[in-house]
Write a protein that binds this ligand. Structure first.
Ligand SMILES: Cc1cc2nc3c(=O)[nH]c(=O)nc-3n(C[C@H](O)[C@H](O)[C@H](O)COP(=O)(O)O)c2cc1C
Length: 490
């Protein structure tokens, strides 16, 4: 299981132009032989969460995916994205993008703050398709080769890639070899194809991961199917990888690497204490608490706490929810009361396929339906609607096409908007500065973030985005002048 030294010049038979000699063993020398790895997670692998996980066995963490172009041009985004502490190491900063020069510029700005740079070539979301990044670069090996060789050739720290597999094992192996030969120092293989997402996620293929591990000389991390610490050992045995990365398993139980299933309030309280010292957006905090309390908040008796968590954004309300759940279940946890599933919960549970082996207040995996189970359920629902005469598609749009009730409601909402034709046309447009959707009322034809940057730099207002930078600055100047006048009078 030893990671081999990376002598890229020797391997670079496919791409003679790229990387210089880098005689390092990234896994041993830089990443301290990390075996337990917290995945990059947008809105979720932020500093306080990483610190929590590190205290409980995580040996390597990634930042959430950062947009390379926004990172280059927006100092505020950069500052927030790079927030870290000395304990937060080793740390890998992950970027997405498709322009080698922009990715390089972003990586150079980040390299002093981390131990390696990772390129996300596994994101399967629609936004990645529109922006042509993530897993959609799988179709453009030449571009990927240029990205990897440019960055690995110019950075002082190693360049790694996180990728998804192709359905075919041999193509996946060729793909991994191409990345290695272009200069990647380590590969994280998420053993799912880009089509395996949402309810069709299903199982990851460790066979693909093993084949890559056997073919490449650089270290490999495995990702997928990790719900408990035993899965990690199992995965290492089956695939021979150096380390194992988990995302969802870690979100539902941040103590996963210690092999513990703590009462959910334990990590929740520790996380909130960390947030007091290292603030995070309330949406991230809410997301974490929903996952930690997944199995209690779906019970009928906790609907008030669920609503409080959904509607509020203050630390006080977050602490209130944690304390309320703790007060309710601590007597059971300590054995002062005996727990038994109550009937009034059955209805809530059935909709979630609630099938726990541990009591609900303990952090534990959230097991989804398999894709086949999901498709069977969709089909059963459709047949039920049909037999009740409630065909989902009995509604029609303006052109007489059959649509679902949900779609019809959306079309009606769109129709009620002022400037309908204009708004519909513009909504399909993209921001002129980045691949994100355009704010359709924006003065400058930009998305919210780009508009905010423009207004900040050029001292402008954008009423469409309700951004009043210029007005506020003017007010501040007037206020300061008024204050100075008052001082003089005094
Ligand atoms: C909330 C969330 C955010 C994610 N964000 C990222 C990301 O920023 N970059 C990335 O490469 N993958 C991201 N992923 C994918 C995970 O890193 C991981 O590859 C995937 O969830 C499979 O691992 P798992 O089976 O352990 O969940 C995200 C996953 C989740 C659940």
């Amino acid at each position: 299981m030893e990671a081999m030294s990376v002598e890229l010049d020797n391997q670079n038979s496919e791409d003679p132009g790229s990387p210089p000699m880098k005689n390092i063993d990234i896994w041993k020398d830089i990443l301290n032989s990390a075996k337990f790895i917290v995945a990059p997670m947008v809105d979720a692998s932020e500093l306080p969460w990483r610190l929590l996980c590190r205290r409980h066995g995580a040996q390597l963490c990634y930042t959430p995916m950062l947009h390379s172009s926004v990172f280059c041009r927006d100092p505020k985004y950069r500052k927030e994205a790079l927030v870290s502490t000395p304990e937060d190491r080793p740390l890998i900063v992950q970027f997405c993008g498709n322009d080698p020069d922009i990715l390089l510029e972003a990586a150079l700005l980040a390299e002093g703050h981390c131990d390696a740079i990772d390129i996300n070539i596994g994101c399967p979301q629609a936004i990645a398709k529109r922006g042509h990044y993530g897993a959609f670069l799988q179709d453009d090996w030449d571009l990927l080769r240029r990205i990897v060789s440019t960055l690995s050739g110019k950075l002082k720290i190693p360049l790694t890639c996180k990728l998804r597999v192709f359905p075919e094992i041999d193509k996946t192996v060729r793909y991994a070899l191409m990345l290695q030969n272009a200069g990647a120092s380590l590969l994280t293989i998420h053993g799912r194809t880009r089509e395996q997402k949402g309810p069709l996620t299903g199982l990851a293929s460790w066979k693909h991961i093993r084949a890559v591990r056997e073919a490449v000389k650089i270290p490999v991390f495995a990702n997928g199917n990790i719900q408990c610490v035993q899965d990690i050992e199992h995965c290492i045995q089956e695939t021979g990888v150096q380390g194992v990365m988990t995302a969802e398993g870690n979100l539902y139980n941040p103590f996963i690497f210690e092999g513990r299933y703590p009462p959910s309030w334990e990590p929740a309280e520790e996380y909130l204490d960390l947030v007091e010292r290292h603030p995070a957006p309330s949406s991230y905090i809410r997301g974490h608490l929903f996952k930690l309390f997944q199995h209690t908040l779906c019970l009928a008796e906790n609907q008030e706490e669920r609503a409080i968590l959904a509607r509020n954004s203050t630390m006080e309300s977050f602490r209130h929810v944690v304390q309320a759940v703790k007060n309710r279940y601590l007597p059971y946890h300590e054995g002062r009361l005996s727990w038994r599933k109550r009937n009034d919960d059955d209805q809530m549970e059935s909709s979630l396929d609630y099938n726990l082996t541990l009591p609900p207040w303990l952090c534990q995996p959230y097991v989804r339906d398999s894709p086949q189970e999901h498709l069977n359920k969709v089909e059963a629902k459709r047949m039920e609607l049909e037999s009740n005469g409630e065909d989902k598609r009995k509604f029609q749009d303006e052109e007489g096409n059959e649509v679902s009730h949900k779609r019809l409601k959306k079309l009606r909402r769109i129709a009620r908007r002022p400037n309908r034709s204009l708004s519909m046309k513009r909504r399909s447009d993209l921001c002129t500065a980045c691949p994100n959707p355009l704010g359709f009322k924006c003065e400058y034809k930009l998305c919210r973030q780009c508009c905010r940057n423009k207004c900040f730099k050029e001292n402008l207002d954008c009423p469409g985005h309700r951004n009043l930078t210029k007005t506020r600055r003017q007010m501040a100047i007037e206020f300061a002048a008024q204050r100075d006048d008052n001082k003089e009078v005094i």
